[in-house]
Design a binder for this molecule. Structure first.
Ligand code: C2E
Ligand code: CA
Ligand code: CA
Ligand code: CA
Length: 382
């Protein structure tokens, strides 16, 4: 094997050496020491199961101490690349935490050994920006309590009747200092933590309240509201139950709530199939979001029974070119053959709407129809 036997008394590595490997102590004892004002000072001993010399390997700084075998030792060397690969793929926050601890350890060590050069050399600065993420995360946590999140509604127009049939709920974060923070910035972050659960529940609660308000104001037929639900949220088996409970509590029909999911690698077929079955048996609608981008392909569309397919903005933009037009025509035909409705996203100009009308697309959503606005504005403009 790659194990190394070190006789008692031998130096394993010396202070100021350039590090190439760390070691796992399999047997024996190792003493760590530094030289201070010409005198050797013992910092401690390590025994079997301990990692040795990993610090310098992690941050590539010279060895801060000398390691010597106190008894006969057996060591397993660990190449620095083994750490480097794992560190590179680790969560940036975890990496930043590790670096911060390492920096603190080194400056404590420098103070202990009176090595002034070492102490000033490294401060606990975060160069990766990982702490920005942590800061944003704790701010998002309090944003929920402080009511800084807002749900806006963007109208979805039925092209044939030119009526607003429903709305897509889009979250907004009104940050006291940063101003409006885009959901593209904080939804991913919320997904990486458990924060997506309270954020999602907040949106769900607001959407149901909005449906109640629209009903109270006599909007008939009652429009549907589409809710964005990420893969991470659907990992929660109780999510659909919570949705149904929120609807039932307000005596709202389940078919006024639509969930939009974006197909991603996180999903597998049977997961989506089970979700669709549950939603359909409860009466809720499910739309496939961002169709034509990312990981989406024809597989799920052909085998899964989505109610609606949302054509990504990119295709709407391409309507002006002959190829784009031909492609959208084919997608409209496919959607119709599958008994799905199609919603075109990002409709910004009348020529696009006209093209979609001629192609037989069911719904249009975009700035031409309306920007995302507050419920108040929806109620005022009818
Ligand atoms: P999405 O679901 O694809 O939402 C459509 C995005 O396109 C929205 O951006 C919307 O404001 C924007 N948009 C609408 N019409 C037009 C147009 O005519 N032109 C252009 N250029 N853009 C248009 P927004 O609101 O910034 O949301 C970004 C993404 O954040 C959404 O993409 C969705 O994936 C996610 N998101 C928003 N709200 C929520 C939420 O409550 N929960 C979850 N899980 N995700 C959300
Ligand atoms: Ca969406
Ligand atoms: Ca979309
Ligand atoms: Ca169907």
């Amino acid at each position: 094997s790659t194990r190394r036997s070190i006789p008692a008394g031998e130096i394993i590595f010396a202070e100021d050496d350039a590090p190439t490997t760390a070691f796992l102590i399999e047997s024996g004892r190792v003493v760590i020491s530094t030289v201070q004002h010409g005198e050797t000072r013992n910092l401690g001993e390590l025994g079997p199961g301990s990692l040795l010399g990993e610090m310098a390997v992690i941050d590539s700084a010279p060895r801060s101490a000398t390691a010597r075998a106190l008894t006969d030792c057996v060591l397993t060397p660990i190449d620095r690349n083994q750490f480097a690969e794992r560190l590179a793929s680790a969560d940036p926050v975890v990496r930043a935490l590790l670096m911060s601890q390492l920096t603190r350890y080194r400056s404590a060590l420098a103070t202990l050994t009176g090595d002034a050069a070492g102490s000033g050399a490294m401060e606990g600065r975060d160069e990766s920006g990982a702490f920005d993420k942590i800061r944003l995360e704790s701010e998002l946590r309090s944003a929920l309590d402080r009511d800084e999140l807002e749900v806006r509604l963007q109208p979805i127009m039925q092209i044939a009747t030119e009526r607003i049939a429903g709305y897509e709920a889009l979250i907004r974060w009104q940050h006291p200092e940063r101003g409006q923070v885009s959901p593209t910035e904080f939804i991913r972050l919320a997904e990486e933590t458990s924060l997506i659960v309270p954020v999602g529940d907040y949106v769900l609660g607001r959407v149901c309240d909005m449906l109640v308000e629209l009903r109270r104001r006599g909007r008939s037929p009652l429009p549907f509201i589409a809710l964005n639900v990420s893969a991470r949220q659907l990992d929660d088996p109780a999510l659909i139950d919570r949705m149904l409970a929120q609807l039932a509590k307000r005596s709202l029909p389940a078919d006024r709530l639509e969930i939009e999911i974006t197909e991603s690698l996180v999903f597998n077929h049977s997961q989506i199939a089970a979700l669709l079955a549950r939603c359909h048996s409860a009466g809720m609608l499910v739309a496939l979001d961002d169709f034509g981008t990312g990981y989406s392909n024809l597989g799920p569309v052909l085998t899964l029974d989505f109610d609606r397919i949302k054509l990504d903005q990119g295709f709407t933009r391409a309507l002006g070119t002959p190829r784009g037009l031909a492609l959208v025509r084919a997608i409209v035909a496919m959607t119709a053959a599958l008994d799905c409705e199609m919603i075109a996203e990002g409709v910004e100009d009348p020529a696009q709407l006209q093209a979609l009308r001629e192609l037989g697309c069911d719904y249009a959503q975009g700035w031409l129809v309306g920007k995302p606005v507050s419920l108040q504005e929806v109620l005022e403009t009818g």
